[in-house]
Design a binder for this molecule. Structure first.
Ligand SMILES: [Zn+2]
Length: 121
């Protein structure tokens, strides 16, 4: 089993603000990324080694564009993408929703506790 078997691959585009080093003009650029989201569970043919690797695996994104063409029509030069990491970790969805749920529960609890105090007074 290979690392890529742990992930669902999907191409994505994201908008980034980039400044051209030739003309110093800042513009929005669409960059291509490849998102590798960790699967919910391993395929059934996984062995113990695969499972150990899968445990450690995290969703991430790979930037596929290294060079963009300047949008300034008086410049139009190509420049390297700088200041944006080439690999970015992605929050896994189940973790994310669990954290949100805890935060929501806590907010509800705090509100209820506040109302209780008001009623007593
Ligand atoms: Zn430029």
């Amino acid at each position: 089993m290979q690392e890529r078997d742990f992930y669902e691959e999907r191409p994505e585009t994201k908008t980034h603000m980039l400044m051209c080093p030739h003309c110093n003009q800042e513009n929005e650029y669409q960059l291509n990324w490849l998102t590798r989201r960790k699967k919910q569970r391993l395929p059934p043919n996984a062995d113990a080694k695969d499972r150990a690797q899968f445990e450690k695996a995290r969703s991430y994104m790979l930037r596929r564009d290294d060079v963009v063409g300047c949008k300034n029509i008086r410049c139009r030069k190509r420049f390297e993408v700088a200041g944006i990491q080439s690999v970015a970790f992605v929050q896994d969805v189940p973790n994310d929703s669990m954290e949100n749920r805890i935060a929501r529960l806590k907010a509800n609890f705090d509100r209820r506790a506040g109302e209780g105090t008001k009623r007593v007074n």
